[in-house]
Each structure stands twice: as structure tokens, then as C-alpha cells.
Design a protein around this ligand. Structure first.
Ligand SMILES: [Zn+2]
Length: 385
């Protein structure tokens, strides 16, 4: 049995079209055309990247179907195919579910009924219950079948062929809108990397608040236009970023954001709604690698003893005001003369100036690690000198 593939996103549309054809079939007094679903499947679309590797850039979901119709019979004959005779040769329009003997592929515009060869655009190949076939010109159909109502016979064949041609229309991926497609993460992320290098990182939330095109959309545009190709570095970074994210998410108590991200990196498939999350993978990876580079230049070690109050010599690197549920707090970031990092959250601010070095009396609250860098968390800092 001949089968056809239809984009899953177009299946409803296809079904609706067949229903319209079936209204016409009913008027002809014929049975409905039935759509039989055989299976659903995903097909990877591949492209060769700069490294010469074939990568899946997109997955398309399809439904495989077959079409069956109960063709009407007149005196035991039914339509097998309609042959359109063109200068380029015969165009075979075989009724779905039927098979045409190969000799008809090259047969001229003969009519076996009147036994003449004429200039005809279309001839019908008919088959009887014994499996015998005959080629008849459209004008001779009525004569050959000895019946007044040949209309249903020919028209039902047209309806079946029309249903078949709809399968072609409904399998054209070019008709899919962005929101109906799903893409391979490894196909998309290199364009995110490229977009960040060229235009900087702009999360969707910031774009919404302050205007501008979010990186996720810029990257998608680049991917669809295909004018620019990501570099090897972009591709390698995407591989590493996915691995890094996968490792980082191997933990309990995922936030909603992390949960969404996990689904994307686990399936390696991303659709329109997930682009923002997916794009952030590269941004986070970039930041983490940046921190790692900084950390390797001046490896930070813990200092002091947890729970003990001591005096340390610290340089204030920067302050960040944080609006929290307990009001405004100021995060102070310090480092000592060896480059060891420390932080202090102050609810009252401080008189310390950025870039200045102070002798500070403080309690070591915790020896912590932040983004793979050791830092000493301080409390109750008082400048003693
Ligand atoms: Zn004839």
C-alpha cells in the first residue's frame, strides 16, 4: 500500500481538505475517502558544519498515512489511473491504493474502445475484477461502459487524486511558521554565540523593558537567513556549554528556570518558546568561563577561621546595592593582598570607598564558593584603621 507523509502541524488542515472532498464524493453517491494513520515520527534535517561534521539542525514531525476509497464500479470496471499525455511523455495519475502496470507509462494516447490513436490530453486506464486493464479515451468512457452515469467513476478518481495531491502540499516544510518548528539545540546555539560576539548579550526581559532585539531572536534570524556562518569556536563553545549546563543542573531543588533549561539540554530540541532559555546557556557559560579565567590568574583562597572575629587588611573592589525583601542591602566585594576574595552584606551601607584598602575587623561567617571561586563571607565589618 502506498503511503504518504504529512507534516504533523498540517495534519488537521489535511483532514479538513479530505472532508471537503468527501462532501463531493457523497454528492456523487460514492463512499468517503478514508485517511489511515500508520505512524508518527520525527525526521532530522542535517547540515554540514564548518568542522565538516553533519549536525542535525532541525527535527520535523510527520504523520505517515495511507488513503483508501471505495471506487465505484460500472459493469465491473473501475478507474486505475488517469494518464495525461504531454509532449514530455505521460504524466501518471494513479488512483491512491492502486498500481498501474508499467506498460502504460509509455503507452501513447490510444483508445482501446474505438481502437484509434488521437490527439487526446487525457485517457483513463480501467481495470475489471479479473485484473484486465484497458485504456479508454475520455469521450469513449460512456460508450465503453454502456452506462449513462460515468461521471461518478471519473470524478471519484479525481477526488482520490486530489486527496493525494493535498498530501504533497501538507508535507512542504517551507510552509511552516517559526512557531511550528523545533530545532536542534546544537544547530541553534552556535548562532547565539555568533550573535553575542557581534551585538552583545541582551536577555529577553531586558529587551522588553528597555527595547532592542533580544539575543535569542537575533540568533534565530541569523540561523534562518543563513547569510553568516558560525565559526568553529562558536560550534565548539556550544558543545561545551551544553555539557557544562548538563553537569551544573545535576542537582536537587531546581528552580523553574533551571527546570526549563534541563528539559532543553536533555532533549537537545528547542522550539520557539524555548529560544530565550536556550540562548541563556551561552551567556551563562561565557560568564562562568570568564570567572574561571579570572580565578586562574589570582586563585582565591579562604582566610580566617569560621565563626572567629579578627582583623583583616582588605581592598574594596566594588559595591552592589540589592533591593531585597528586608530592604536595601549593599554587597561589598573585597580582596586581600594575595587576591583572596571576600564579601560582606551590609544593611546600613558603609563609608568605605571603592579602590581603597582598609584594616577591617570582621567575623568570618562562612567559607563559601561562588561560581567555582573560593570566597570568605564576612559579617559585622568595622573599619579599625
Ligand atoms: Zn475511443
Amino acid at each position: 500500500m502506498k503511503t504518504y507523509k504529512i507534516l504533523k502541524a498540517r495534519y488537521h488542515n489535511f483532514f479538513r481538505q479530505v472532508n471537503l472532498l468527501n462532501k463531493r464524493a457523497k454528492k456523487l453517491g460514492c463512499e468517503s475517502i478514508t485517511v489511515n494513520v500508520i505512524r508518527e515520527y520525527q525526521e532530522p534535517h542535517k547540515r554540514t558544519n564548518l568542522a565538516g561534521k553533519e549536525v542535525v539542525v532541525e527535527y520535523l514531525s510527520y504523520v505517515e498515512i495511507s488513503l483508501t476509497g471505495q471506487s465505484p464500479k460500472l459493469n465491473g470496471w473501475e478507474v486505475l489511473a488517469i494518464l495525461s499525455h504531454t509532449k514530455q511523455g505521460n504524466l501518471l495519475r494513479v488512483v491512491p491504493g492502486k498500481s498501474l502496470p508499467t506498460e502504460y507509462r509509455t503507452r501513447e494516447a490510444m483508445c482501446d474502445h474505438c481502437n484509434t490513436k488521437r490527439y487526446r490530453t487525457d485517457t483513463y486506464v480501467l481495470q475489471n475484477e479479473k485484473g484486465e486493464t484497458v485504456q479508454v479515451g475520455s469521450k469513449c468512457l460512456r460508450d465503453f461502459l454502456g452506462h449513462a452515469s460515468v461521471e461518478a467513476l471519473a470524478k471519484y478518481a479525481e477526488l482520490l487524486l486530489s486527496a493525494e495531491s493535498k498530501t504533497g502540499e501538507c508535507s512542504d516544510e517551507g510552509t511552516l511558521s517559526h512557531s511550528e518548528r523545533s530545532f536542534n539545540l546544537l544547530g541553534y546555539l552556535p548562532f547565539v554565540s555568533l550573535a553575542i560576539e557581534q551585538y552583545g548579550w541582551l536577555p529577553r526581559s531586558a529587551a522588553r523593558a528597555n527595547g532592542g532585539s533580544p539575543t535569542a531572536d537575533v540568533a534565530f534570524g541569523l540561523m534562518m537567513e543563513r547569510k553568516e556562518t558560525p565559526s568553529l569556536n562558536d560550534i565548539e563553545k556550544s558543545y561545551s556549554a551544553i555539557e557544562w549546563t548538563r553537569e551544573a543542573l545535576k542537582k536537587d531543588n531546581l528552580s523553574d528556570y533551571e527546570f526549563n533549561l534541563k528539559q532543553i539540554v536533555d532533549s537537545e530540541i528547542v522550539d520557539y518558546r524555548g529560544f530565550g532559555f536556550a540562548a541563556s546557556i551561552i551567556s551563562y557559560y561565557n560568564k562562568a568561563m570568564q570567572t574561571k579565567v579570572e580565578a586562574s590568574v589570582t586563585p582565591s583562597e579562604h582566610f580566617g577561621t569560621e565563626g572567629k572575629r579578627e582583623v583583616f587588611t582588605l581592598k574594596l573592589l566594588k559595591t552592589i546595592d540589592i533591593e531585597g525583601s528586608y530592604g536595601l542591602t549593599t554587597l561589598h566585594k573585597f580582596e586581600d593582598e594575595k587576591g583572596n576574595k571576600a564579601i560582606w552584606f551590609s544593611s546600613n551601607g558603609s563609608d568605605m570607598e571603592i579602590g581603597q584598602t582598609y584594616k577591617v575587623k570582621a567575623t568570618v561567617k562562612k567559607h563559601d564558593v561562588y561560581k567555582e571561586v573560593k570566597q570568605t563571607n564576612l559579617s559585622r565589618c568595622v573599619v579599625v584603621q
